[in-house]
Design a protein around this ligand. Structure first.
Ligand SMILES: Nc1ncnc2c1ncn2[C@@H]1O[C@H](COP(=O)(O)OP(=O)(O)OP(=O)(O)O)[C@@H](O)[C@H]1O
Ligand SMILES: [Mg+2]
Length: 259
């Protein structure tokens, strides 16, 4: 007799966290391991090697800064680490699983369950309220509407936006919009937050306020983070700082002030 086939419509609500790819994971093992990462852009003008064998480990609870001049490859590295693009060589290992070997479906599952991404420009959905923008990824991951809204409210409150939850993005300042984007990135309790100049388009004072909110939330939740920034004052908040130079990473003093 064959085994009964599970009916997904009767399945219990999805847990808040998807099952981890590796069963009994060492809690100190890197959340993100990058090995020999290569990225070369080929254009009519020729080929441009941007990442030429990048190695990096980010461990649980660690906040790592990524610096380097414009065009050095910070976004290229973050997009590969965030499974938004495929590298030309090397490996992106998230939670012990080699994502370069995965199909698109599995990469999407890892993105949803394990990763949060904050872009330089928030990319919030314009017709949705702040609360709904933050709740949406949790709904997609299977959370009930009540649970999603409750956690969204908690995150917005932690970021000082309790009074703005019904505002649409256009009804908020740039700093408020970026804080909503931070809340959205943390909505599904990612293990790894990737942020590409999250305060890059804000004035220095607002930039500091938003970064401090992001930093304390990430720290409080024990999330690992890799954050690209041009702002050397913000780089001083990181546990470790790496500069991209000629396609490789070079560690810099975390309190340093120069590329
Ligand atoms: N799709 C693409 N096709 C061709 N070249 C590209 C492409 N994307 C990026 N590049 C080039 O690769 C290099 C690295 O780009 P990337 O966006 O990763 O740099 P960055 O360090 O993030 O710069 P910024 O600080 O200005 O954001 C740049 O010289 C850029 O022109
Ligand atoms: Mg960039």
């Amino acid at each position: 007799m064959s085994e009964p086939v599970a009916d997904p419509s009767n399945a219990p609500a999805a847990p808040r966290r998807a099952a981890t790819p590796v069963a009994h994971r060492d809690p100190t093992a890197p959340v993100l391991s990058i090995r020999g990462l290569e990225r070369t852009y080929v254009t009519a003008a020729g080929s441009l090697p941007v990442l030429r064998g990048v190695d990096l480990d980010v461990r649980p609870g660690e906040i790592v800064g990524l610096i380097g001049p414009s065009g050095s490859g910070k976004s290229s590295l973050l997009h590969a680490a965030g499974l938004l693009e495929h590298p030309d060589g090397g490996q992106v290992i998230i939670g012990g699983a080699d994502c370069t070997e995965m199909g698109e479906g599995e990469r999407t599952r890892v993105r949803l369950a394990e990763l949060g991404f904050v872009y330089q420009f928030h990319h919030l959905l314009p017709e949705f309220s702040a609360l709904d923008n933050v709740a949406l990824p949790m709904r997609i991951a299977g959370a009930s509407e009540a649970d999603a809204r409750e956690r969204a409210r908690g995150l917005l409150t932690a970021l000082g936006l309790a009074e703005r939850e019904d505002h649409q993005p256009a009804q908020m300042s740039g700093g408020e919009q970026q804080r909503v984007a931070v809340a959205r990135a943390l909505a599904n309790r990612p293990r790894l937050l990737l942020a590409d100049e999250p305060t890059g388009n804000l004035d220095p004072t607002t930039s500091k306020t938003v970064f401090e909110a992001l930093h304390s939330l990430v720290r409080g939740q024990g999330v690992a983070a890799l954050i690209a920034t041009h702002n050397m004052e913000l780089a001083g908040y990181m546990d470790r700082v790496f500069a991209l130079k000629d396609g490789h990473l070079e560690e810099r003093p975390a309190q340093g002030r120069a590329y």
